[in-house]
Design a protein around this ligand. Sequence first.
Ligand SMILES: Cc1cc2nc3c(=O)[nH]c(=O)nc-3n(C[C@H](O)[C@H](O)[C@H](O)COP(=O)(O)O)c2cc1C
Length: 185
Amino acid sequence: MKIVVGISGGSGAIYSLALLKVLQELKIETHLVVSTMGEYVMDHECGVKLDELKSMATYFHDNKDFTAPIASGSFKVNGMVIVPCSMKTLSSVSNGFSESLLTRAADVNIKEGRKLVLVPRETPLSPIHLENMLKLSKIGVTILPACPGFYNHPERIDDIVYNIVGRILDQIGVDNDLFGRWQGV
Ligand SMILES: Cc1cc2nc3c(=O)[nH]c(=O)nc-3n(C[C@H](O)[C@H](O)[C@H](O)COP(=O)(O)O)c2cc1C
């Protein structure tokens, strides 16, 4: 399995760290691309520099490198996750404005009919944000807000983080037991 992981400059860098860790443990091939603000927020929120991030992925691609394999639909991947997905990146993807490798790779996943999962983090949401999300949802893109459930009574930040990571993995078809599933009362 090959998964593209995009990190943009929304809050919630901890989600992408946890996702990369799990994918690495599962020996799933990852292609990582990080925006400039994604790199900044990662360092600011988690104290993780780009070099460490690179070591968590199978392959790392510079966000300006349009010659990277993930820029082409002929390079087969199983899907892409953008986590966290900033409102700017969401807008670029929703408008096909592929000015970076990250947004180009998302564009490629859409045109090839592959799985694309966006994990937006913003509040409150403006009509522009909502329209961009609706447009993408209508063409099959999964909008998975970083909006963890609390019905499992989380005790640690990790419980909250892995709730979202587990839901992301569900979407890309990776079996996991990272979070408690509701079994009814
Ligand atoms: C500490 C910090 C937190 C941010 N959090 C968010 C956020 O949660 N959602 C969002 O859409 N933008 C957020 N931003 C703003 C984005 O980083 C900014 O819009 C940037 O242009 C996004 O660029 P990118 O999509 O290319 O990464 C944040 C910026 C900083 C410095």
